[in-house]
Design a binder for this molecule. Structure first.
Ligand SMILES: [Zn+2]
Length: 338
């Protein structure tokens, strides 16, 4: 048992000293889908002190082809992902504290979860939460690692507080209106590639090897055999409200949260995005068409998913019919719209 980490310690940039550092660190992983589950496994095996997991969803059969921690039994029992993950992670390494939070993380929860955290891994499926993470990380001076994948494509970017452009600086450079796993599908190796990039960066940060941290955005497409690194130095905005000299952390203000309201007596939840997102309904229709029943007119687009119906307007506002559950409505919104 004593030589459990010997091969990791033999790797000279980590060494025994690095391993001792890893052992003292706490990591917040936001999202326990494909990226979150695999990153959590990697860091549990690496021997961190504590992993804090947050996710609002439960294990579903459509997750099993890529979400490596989960089993058929978990899907059958509809176990919350963080609970299923914790069960599995504790079998892998009993010395790591795993904290499972079944929640839809908003600003208040985020400000509580950040306490004692050394690093944040982004494993969410939407930009709303990423912008919140970005402000949280800047405010509390915690590094965070952005990661996303869809189809055979993936992207990762490490954001160190007080350094290089943050996600808010890059907002108009990274497409926020792209495909999602529920519209374009996803292959497991694309997940594992992003996880490899994110957890390699995580190890560098956990052992305080900041010199080694990748300063560029890395993207790849495993099916198209493409790989790219993009320098972002010039994208830094001098007066960025998140990482500039006079930050206001706009996404940590209550009014910036995804606005949701249950429409009275209609079994419908209305959702309004916090940032300006014009939706090209024609493009969106093309993305969603393989997903089932889609209809569109000049003003709105409607997509049917099981007993739920999502109606999307040009300004990004949506109505989710067939539910009064705000968390479920948000989950449907992010699944289709991103
Ligand atoms: Zn910024």
């Amino acid at each position: 048992m004593n030589d459990r980490y010997s091969r990791q310690e033999l790797f000279s940039p980590i060494g025994k000293e690095g391993q001792a550092k890893i052992r003292g660190k706490s990591v917040l992983i936001i999202g326990a889908g494909a990226l979150g589950a695999s990153s959590a496994e990697a860091l549990t095996r690496a021997g961190v002190k504590r992993i804090v997991l947050v996710d609002r969803d439960y294990v579903d059969w459509t997750n099993l082809h890529r979400q490596q921690l989960y089993s058929e039994e978990d899907a059958e029992n509809q176990l919350p992902k963080v609970i299923a993950a914790k069960n599995q992670l504790q079998k892998i390494n009993r010395n790591v504290e795993i904290e499972a939070n079944v929640m839809d993380m908003g600003i208040e929860e985020a400000e509580e979860l950040i306490s004692g955290i050394d690093l944040i891994l982004d494993a969410t499926d939407n930009f709303e939460t990423r912008l919140l993470i970005n402000d949280l990380a800047q405010k509390y001076q915690v590094p965070w690692i952005y990661g996303a994948c869809v189809g055979s494509y993936g992207i990762s970017y490490t954001i160190l507080p007080g350094e290089g452009p943050c996600l808010n600086c890059l907002l108009d450079k990274i497409p926020a209106n792209g495909q999602t796993c529920d519209t374009a599908g996803i292959i497991a190796p694309a997940v594992q590639m992003v996880v490899a990039y994110q957890t390699a960066e995580a190890l560098k940060i956990l052992v305080d090897d900041f010199k080694a941290v990748r300063r560029k955005v890395v993207t790849f497409d495993l099916w198209e055999n493409q790989q790219m690194q993009l320098g972002m130095e010039k994208a830094k905005k001098k007066d960025c409200p998140s990482c500039g000299p006079n930050p206001s952390y706009p996404y940590l203000e209550r009014r910036s949260e995804l606005k949701t309201a249950v429409l009275c007596g209609r079994d419908t939840v209305q959702i309004r995005p916090s940032y300006n997102r014009e939706i090209d309904l024609e493009e969106m229709e093309k993305k969603l068409v393989s997903n089932g029943n889609v209809r569109r007119n000049a003003f709105l687009l409607e997509v049917q998913s099981d007993s739920r119906r999502l109606v999307l307007f040009k300004d990004g506002r949506a109505l989710v019919h067939g539910t009064k559950d705000i968390a479920e409505a948000k989950s449907i919104y992010h699944r289709f719209i991103g």
